[in-house]
Design a protein around this ligand. Sequence first.
Ligand code: UDP
Length: 321
Amino acid sequence: MRVLVVGGAGYIGSHVVRALLDQKHEVAVYDNLSLGCRENLFPEARFVLGDILDAAALSAAMACGVDAVMHLAAFKAAGESMIHPEKYAVNNITGTINLLNAACEIGVRRLVFSSSAAVYGEPRYVPVDEAHPCNPVNFYGFTKLEIERLLEWYERLRGLRFASLRYFNAAGYDVLGRVRGLERHPANLLPVIMETAAGRRDCLEIFGDDYATEDGTGVRDYIHVNDLAGAHLLALEYVAQDRSLIVNLGSETGISVRAMLETARRLTGRTIPACVVARRPGDPPTLVASSKNARQVLGWRPKHSDAETLIASAWAAYQRR
Ligand code: UDP
């Protein structure tokens, strides 16, 4: 298929592009390189430098011949979204409306969208399945939920078929070492541990060790980015059969901050200094997915999402730098 990957130079986008190219799809990347980077571009994929706020540029990119769109372009820092909601409203929501309009105008009716577990908010039960109420506690999660609602309306009114993929905690790097760009200014646990191991930060701050979890630190469901990329391929096949879906993508396994840190210390052989600080507002104690639907409907099976592979693949990427 001819696939336009919007946000294809970013962290997850570049892994998705690599997986599409491996399956011999014809890929064009559309990215404004604000968070993505040139190093993440593959020579086999055509590159269009463009912004999702530029409706004309989006239409021009679609006009080159596109069978499906993968939409991964968004701001994603939950904390920042509470301080600068306007930025998230415009880029994530307005940008997506531009993209949907450009796609529908030209007759592209297959879309795979990067959603997030942030749509659920504070979990009322775990594992969290898709029937869990959606009540985002940060503006970022709200933008993802609004977009899902838009997708449902565009399906009803414009015949769009979509797969909305609710990622849990994306982590790790390409296990074959083909993605070269590291995320800039990361705030997520694993890259922060990596930067500390590499000596770029003095210490890992553990946001609270008094949660009602086994070792008192936060428990999350980490999903390897190659596994996420694999789910995108399956979702593309699914929408190509003229169907839509919303699914969770998680490993269904909880890993605590301390367990991640200890495994990183063992695998890297570095001390990785850490100190316990106050809880981060809005952080639930435990967030783990039920991915039963992705398993059953898409036939998806995570293969690389154990702590060792997550850390080893990330550490290899940091060591290449
Ligand atoms: N965390 C931490 N220190 C950090 C970053 C994260 O202790 O520097 C914890 C955070 O409180 C949570 C887990 O690691 O329990 C995962 O956080 P992350 O920001 O990676 O993802 P989130 O689950 O918030 O989307």
